[in-house]
Design a protein around this ligand. Structure first.
Ligand SMILES: [Zn+2]
Length: 332
C-alpha cells in the first residue's frame, strides 16, 4: 500500500469520523468534525525506568521547587550570576529545580534515595507517592530509604503530613551519623543563616521520629550488595552520595553535592548560600565530577533537568553535563 503522509492520513481519519457520526445520527458541527479540545494542564506521570546491570532503577519525581536565584552563588556579583543564567535560557530571578528521587529495585528490596519535600515545603513538591503509585509501587513496599542530607527537599517527605506517621511505614533508614545528630539537635537552627532557619524545624519534625529506625552510616557503608554510601561533605555537614556498582556498570547518585545545572559544572567555585561549608563543598563537587568524568560513570542528579540521568565530561578546567538519551524500552 502506498505510504500516506501524516496530513492525508489525518484527512482520512476526519472523513471516517464524519461518516461514523452521520451513521450514528449525530449532528455534524460546522467547520470541524473532531471537536477542539480544552487545554490540558497535566503532564505524563513523573517516572522513568532504566537499568544498571541486573538492577531496575526508576526516577520518581517529587515535582519541583522554585528558589530565589541569589541562593545559588554568594561570591559573585548578582549581575554576573543573572547574565550567566540568561545566557543559558534560564530565568535569571528564580531557579526552577527538579526533584529526581531514585528508586532501586534489587529484586529482593526496594530502596529509595531521599523522600522529596512532603507537603509543607512548596505546593509544587510532594508528588513522590503519587508518582510511585503511577510507576506500580506503593509506599508500604519500600524497604530502605537512604537520606543524602537533612535539607527540606530531601527529608521533609519522611513524615506523612496527614497521618503524622512515617510515609514509608515498613522502611528502615540510612543517614550519616553526624548529619542525623546535627539535624536532630536543638541548636541546628543556630548554625543556619536567618532565611534558612526553618530548615531546622522541619528536619527535626521529620528525622526525630525515625531516629530509632535509622542506621548511622559512615563512608563506604554497604546498604545492600553493590549499593554503598560515599562521603560528600560540604553542601551540609555530613552529606552523603550513593554509588551503585553492578559488574562493570557504575552509577553515582550525587544528591546535592552537584546540584545546579549549569552552575555546578561551569562554575564549580561559585558558592551557593545553601552550601553549609562552602570551601569543602567546592572541593567535594570537583572531586565527584572528576571521578565521574574519569570513570565515565552514569550519574543521577537530584536537581538536574528531569529525569536527571546523564554523564559528566571535562570542559577545560571545568565540566559539562551530558544528558542521557531517553530510552523507550528498558530491558525489563
Ligand atoms: Zn536539594
Amino acid at each position: 500500500m502506498e505510504k500516506l503522509s501524516p496530513f492525508s492520513r489525518r484527512d482520512m481519519l476526519k472523513a471516517g469520523g464524519a461518516a461514523a457520526a452521520m451513521a450514528a445520527g449525530l449532528p455534524l458541527l460546522p467547520g470541524s468534525v473532531l471537536a477542539q479540545d480544552e487545554r490540558k494542564t497535566t503532564q505524563v506521570p513523573g517516572y522513568y525506568r532504566f537499568d544498571v546491570g541486573d538492577l531496575e532503577l526508576t526516577i520518581v519525581s517529587d515535582g519541583n521547587i522554585t528558589l530565589p536565584t541569589a541562593l545559588e552563588a554568594d561570591n559573585v556579583p548578582e549581575s554576573e550570576l543573572k547574565a550567566f543564567l540568561e545566557a543559558n535560557y534560564l530565568n535569571p530571578d528564580t531557579v526552577y529545580s527538579q526533584m529526581n528521587v531514585c528508586l532501586i529495585n534489587t529484586g529482593d528490596e526496594l530502596i529509595l534515595v531521599d523522600t522529596g519535600g512532603g507537603n509543607y515545603f512548596q505546593d509544587s513538591a510532594g508528588k513522590l507517592v503519587e508518582n510511585l503509585e503511577a510507576a506500580g509501587h506503593s509506599a508500604d513496599q519500600i524497604d530502605k530509604v537512604i537520606l543524602t542530607h537533612g535539607h527540606p527537599d530531601h527529608c521533609w517527605g519522611v513524615i506523612d503530613d496527614f497521618e503524622e506517621m512515617p510515609r514509608f511505614p515498613n522502611a528502615v533508614y540510612f543517614m550519616n551519623g553526624k548529619e542525623l545528630d546535627f539535624w536532630t539537635s536543638k541548636d541546628a537552627a543556630s548554625r543556619l543563616p536567618e532565611n534558612l532557619k526553618l530548615f531546622a524545624t522541619g528536619a527535626f519534625r521529620n528525622l526525630n521520629p525515625i531516629k530509632d529506625k535509622t542506621t548511622r552510616t559512615k563512608a563506604d557503608f554497604e546498604v545492600s550488595p553493590g549499593i554503598r554510601t560515599i562521603d560528600s561533605f560540604g553542601h551540609t555537614l555530613a552529606h552523603q552520595s550513593v554509588m551503585v556498582e553492578q559488574g562493570s556498570e557504575k552509577l553515582l547518585i550525587t544528591g546535592d553535592a552537584v546540584h545546579h545545572w549549569p552552575i555546578s559544572f561551569e562554575h564549580p567555585d561559585w558558592t551557593p548560600i545553601l552550601d553549609m561549608e562552602p570551601q569543602q563543598a567546592v572541593e567535594t563537587r570537583k572531586r565527584l565530577m572528576s571521578m565521574a568524568a574519569d570513570e565515565k560513570l552514569t550519574v543521577v542528579g537530584y536537581h538536574m533537568p528531569y529525569p536527571g540521568i546523564g554523564h559528566i565530561a571535562r570542559n577545560g578546567n571545568v565540566f559539562r553535563w551530558v544528558p542521557a538519551q531517553w530510552e523507550w524500552q528498558p530491558k525489563g
